[in-house]
Design a protein around this ligand. Structure first.
Ligand code: SF4
Length: 320
């Protein structure tokens, strides 16, 4: 019997109506996500990368239940996600300060998700909150203080404690390090890894920092203009990217390349207007390998050289 993955997304599409035209008097549709399918296993960290506007955050919101897809299915442990399953998925945001209500004490903030879900007695909840505060490395006197009394790194620790309170099995972390100084980022990364080891947690880790992704993720999914263009194990993707867009992203940070073939040149030009995406492969106006077929046909995600651990959507993926 085959085991179903922890999380399975099938053919997810999300569209936004948008004003269009010179005077904003027309209407257009932006496909923030188009036909995205992927899986995430228990205990796995899957990173989502891509430029701003690639659809990373929208996909995170779909998984966390903040937004319903216009098409496609989200399954958790082989079942559609219902209200009860929502607490199994928690979010950590980029900016812990805006994510934490400044009028609430740390104790009230961490307890809130438990209180809303009516988990345990008040005494049990308070005991759990105290344990969590300890586990994220904050002193017990933090419980009666307010978010503004803490540094950015400490606030992210409070946000992590709050996310862990309902005992989730999956955490969607949307750029959780990007508002923090480099000196405190490693402490947060170590904390996330520690909880993953202890609890078997899975992470969907949205990041623009490929150095951190290389360090933290088991697999990496690359989005471009709402489409999944490559997904592979971290080791394989960093060593031998199959999609020219992935290669260009990696070439922008050469210190993290670990040898192997350099697939293409640097990333040129801007992300296209999502209201009028390019025909065929949406990356073709920026791709140094673009050929006629790229302007006509959308490439499908397929194994690269028969390798099941690396899929890419490029007409020439795997070609020397
Ligand atoms: Fe470049 Fe063509 Fe591949 Fe798109 S399909 S990434 S344009 S080579």
């Amino acid at each position: 019997m085959t085991r179903s993955p922890l999380l399975e997304l099938t053919d997810i599409s999300v569209a936004f109506a948008q004003k269009a035209g010179w005077f904003g008097d027309g209407r257009g549709t932006i496909y923030a996500l188009a036909h995205v399918s992927l899986t995430l296993d228990a205990g796995e960290t899957l990173a989502l990368v891509g430029e701003s506007g690639s659809g990373k955050t929208t996909l995170g919101h779909v998984i966390a239940g903040l937004r319903s897809p216009d098409a496609g299915a989200v399954m958790l442990r082989g079942r559609p996600i219902d209200k009860a399953a929502r607490r199994d998925i928690q979010l950590i945001f980029q900016d812990p300060f805006s994510a934490l209500d400044p009028r609430m004490t740390v104790a009230a903030l961490v307890e809130e998700p438990l209180r809303i879900q009516q988990v345990g007695s008040s005494k049990e909840r308070r005991a759990k909150v105290a344990r969590l505060i300890d586990k994220v490395g904050l002193p017990q006197d933090a419980l009666n203080r307010y978010p503004h009394e803490f540094s950015g790194g400490q606030r992210q620790r409070i946000a992590i404690a709050r996310a862990l309170a309902p005992d989730p099995i999956l955490i969607v972390a949307d750029e959780p390090l990007s508002a923090l100084d480099a000196s405190v980022q490693s402490g947060i990364v170590n904390l996330l890894r520690q909880f993953q080891r202890q609890r078997g947690l899975s992470y969907l880790f949205i990041s623009h920092d490929l150095g951190v992704v290389n360090h933290l993720a088991d697999r990496v999914a690359v989005l471009y203009l709402g489409r999944l263009v490559e997904i592979a194990s971290t080791a394989r993707l960093f060593k031998q990217p199959a999609h020219p867009y992935t290669a260009a992203l990696l070439d922008a940070v050469p210190r993290i390349r670990r040898g192997g073939r350099r697939a293409t040149a640097n990333l040129n030009g801007e992300m296209p207007n999502p209201l009028a995406p390019p025909s065929g492969c949406a990356f073709h106006p920026r791709c140094p390998r673009a050929a006629d077929i790229c302007r006509k046909e959308i490439p499908v995600l397929a194994p690269v050289n028969g390798e099941a651990t690396q899929l890419a959507a490029c007409h020439f993926a795997g070609a020397a």
